[in-house]
Ligand binder design. Structure first.
Ligand SMILES: [Zn+2]
Length: 345
């Protein structure tokens, strides 16, 4: 019995020892496994790091959301684009509805501060007279806004050279002035409308450029101006206040002509730079470029440049891109002729 009890006791002791050893050994291992766990924890933090990252992964999902928000913004962008589309609608009231200014009945709005907007009159001269409206222009301060080049094209329009010139001006974002004859305007009314729609100034250059009839007397000159005004008014609904005397005033005008134009509210501008594109010896585009370049190299503040856009002036159109480039390089901005344009001399 004793030996049985001893055996049982011994078994129990051995069992306890064995269990204890196991616990100890597992306890020994435990730190290792703790280390492992610690490592795992270290990893866990990494995992946790992943978790945060995963949480950011939610954010990543959020990020997607935020991307979606970004996408939304892009969707908003569309909205903004639409919003941008709105500004134009909003901008419309600010933006002059028209690329030109129509003179007030009393001419009170003609003192503009820039050389960008052409000026027209809704009334012909005879309408003004019959309505009892003023005819004489008020005293206007000339533009003084730095070096300005006024590209002027006389004798048009036609249906070959003028459209090419208009295309070049549009491509270069340059506004110019076209002194047209009534005869050509009546033949190409769509080109006249295009000039005005694209922000260019249209000026009066007589009916048919016939010096013999035109310079018979101031009244004869005035008659042709009114004749051309009527044609332009029929096409556009308004008429120019600016004109250029065919051939220039120098060899044609007397003081009576100047007084006549002043009494009737016309602003005449000759030129102080000539491309000489009507020279008789078949000049080429390079000649016009050189002529304009040399005449503007002295730094004229206001360069009123004479060119022509009627049939046969293909070389003028060919020279135009380089003329624009040279003038820009010399520091010129481009303006359109109005009653505020300084006289060239
Ligand atoms: Zn001419």
């Amino acid at each position: 019995m004793i030996s049985k009890r001893f055996c049982i006791a011994l078994f129990c002791v051995l069992a306890l020892i064995f269990t204890g050893c196991t616990q100890v050994s597992s306890g020994d291992k435990a730190p290792a496994s703790e280390k492992t766990e610690a490592k795992q924890e270290t990893t866990v933090p990494a995992t946790d790091g992943k978790t945060p990252k995963q949480e950011p992964a939610k954010p990543a999902a959020d990020a997607k959301t935020s991307k979606q928000e970004t996408a939304n913004p892009s969707a908003d962008g569309k909205t903004q684009t639409q919003g941008t589309a709105k500004p134009p609608a909003d901008a419309n009231p600010q933006k002059p509805a028209l690329p030109y200014v129509i003179a007030a009945d009393d001419f009170s709005n003609l003192q503009l501060s820039d050389a960008v907007h052409p000026v027209y009159d809704a009334h012909t001269l005879s309408e003004r007279t019959s309505l009892g409206l003023p005819v004489v222009l008020p005293a206007l301060a000339p533009y003084c806004s730095g070096k300005t080049a006024y590209l002027t094209f006389d004798d048009g329009p036609d249906d070959e050279v003028t459209p090419v010139i208009l295309d070049i001006l549009a491509a270069n974002k340059v506004k110019a002035t076209f002194y047209v004859t009534g005869l050509h305007a009546a033949a190409y009314p769509d080109t006249i409308r295009r000039m005005v729609a694209e922000g260019h100034a249209v000026g009066n250059h007589s009916y048919d450029h016939d010096y013999d009839r035109l310079y018979t007397s101031p009244d004869a000159f005035l008659y042709e101006m009114e004749q051309t005004d009527e044609i332009l008014h029929d096409i556009l609904g308004f008429r120019p206040l600016i004109l250029r005397a065919p051939g220039g005033t120098f060899s044609h005008f007397t003081s009576e002509y100047e007084a006549c134009l002043k009494e009737n509210g016309y602003a005449e501008h000759d030129w102080n730079v000539s491309s000489a594109d009507t020279a008789p010896d078949n000049p080429t585009a390079q000649d016009f470029i050189d002529n304009i370049s040399s005449q503007t190299s002295g730094g004229k503040e206001s360069a009123i440049i004479l060119m022509h856009c009627s049939s046969g002036h293909e070389e003028t159109a060919r020279a135009l891109p380089e003329i624009i480039r040279v003038l820009r390089e010399s520091g010129y901005r481009f303006g359109v002729v109005t009653p505020m344009t300084p006289q060239p001399w």
